[in-house]
Write a new protein. Structure first.
Length: 170
């Protein structure tokens, strides 16, 4: 089952948005969210909002929880360009292309994995000699704490005279 969400006319170049989109393609929703939250690119925030919108669509329309979804497909296409002009030297003008993007995100539910039967291991009780050896190994020997008998006194300075002669430049 496919859950779709679209973001049209995003004012970021498609080339920059594709860098972010490639990071989350194929990831689970929770992993993709954590990637996008800590990403420093400017395109990460709009794609995070788009991902949250797709998750809300899945819950509202199909009743699918966030845990059972992953990003199956994300495409970034070019939108219309805004054409502007920039003045240059000697009276010339140079065109500027302000690019926009269209992003389409498709989430899919994970396939149900059948649980395998697990054989129960037999529990063998430990014999008394083994327990005693284990208890001896876990005990720690206490060492005496070192306490010096006399406190070492710091030498006291001779006041202002010593401070003056300790200086590098007088």
């Amino acid at each position: 089952m496919e859950i779709k969400a679209k973001l049209n006319y995003l004012r970021i170049s498609p080339r920059k948005v594709r860098l972010v989109a490639d990071l989350i393609r194929g990831l689970e929703v929770s992993g993709a969210e954590s990637q996008l939250k800590f990403l420093s690119q400017r395109a990460a925030l709009p794609i995070l909002k788009l991902l949250n919108s797709a998750v809300a669509n899945a819950y509202h329309n199909f009743g699918i929880e966030k845990d059972g979804l992953y990003v199956s497909k994300i495409t970034v296409n070019t939108g219309p360009m805004l054409k502007r002009w920039r003045p240059r030297s000697r009276g010339m003008a140079v065109p500027i292309k302000k690019r926009t993007s269209h992003v389409e995100l498709i989430l899919e539910a994970k396939k149900a994995i059948k649980a395998k039967k697990v054989k129960k291991a037999k529990v063998v009780e430990a014999k008394e000699p083994i327990r005693e050896e284990a208890e001896k190994a876990t005990r720690t020997e206490r060492r005496p704490i070192f306490k010096p008998e006399k406190k070492i006194k710091k030498p006291q300075g001779r006041g202002i005279v010593q401070k003056i002669f300790r200086r590098k430049v007088i």
